[in-house]
Design a protein around this ligand. Structure first.
Ligand code: HEC
Length: 101
């Protein structure tokens, strides 16, 4: 029991890496666009031409985008509360607002 209590926070720490986690929770029924404009746009502004992202081959699919949202990175917070349909809608929105390089 004692061991589990030490192990769990450590696992969470490893799973989220260096990035902080954002506790944003989408409203039920929020579209991908709604979520993006609430939670993401403060860091991701539209580029010239109106698209938000220029994605390389590895990133230009909803799975990789969803992983990025769920896990974050060194400089982007993770959004563990964006799940299931909300994550799918948001990933599709991001892809639709991107140019593949
Ligand atoms: C605190 C600022 C911040 C917020 C909020 C944020 N991001 Fe990011 N995001 C970044 C930074 C910085 C990068 C570039 C570093 C990287 O790729 O991890 C990034 C990278 C990305 C990438 C990869 C882009 C590429 O060129 O590979 C995607 C996709 C992305 N963010 C989507 C989102 C979505 C969707 C949200 C909202 C749920 C969001 N971000 C919220 C800072 C943020």
């Amino acid at each position: 029991m004692k061991r589990m209590m030490i192990g769990l926070p450590l696992m969470l720490l490893l799973a989220t890496g260096c990035s902080k986690s954002n506790d944003y929770q989408p409203d039920s029924g929020a579209s991908g666009e709604d979520i993006f404009k609430t939670a993401c746009v403060k860091c991701h502004q539209p580029k010239e031409g109106g698209h938000y992202f220029e994605l390389d081959k590895e990133m230009a699919n909803t799975t990789a985008i969803g992983d990025k949202i769920g896990q974050g990175s060194f400089s982007m917070p993770a959004f563990p509360n964006i799940q299931a349909d909300a994550l799918k809608d948001l990933s599709e929105y991001v892809l639709s607002q991107s140019k593949a390089e």
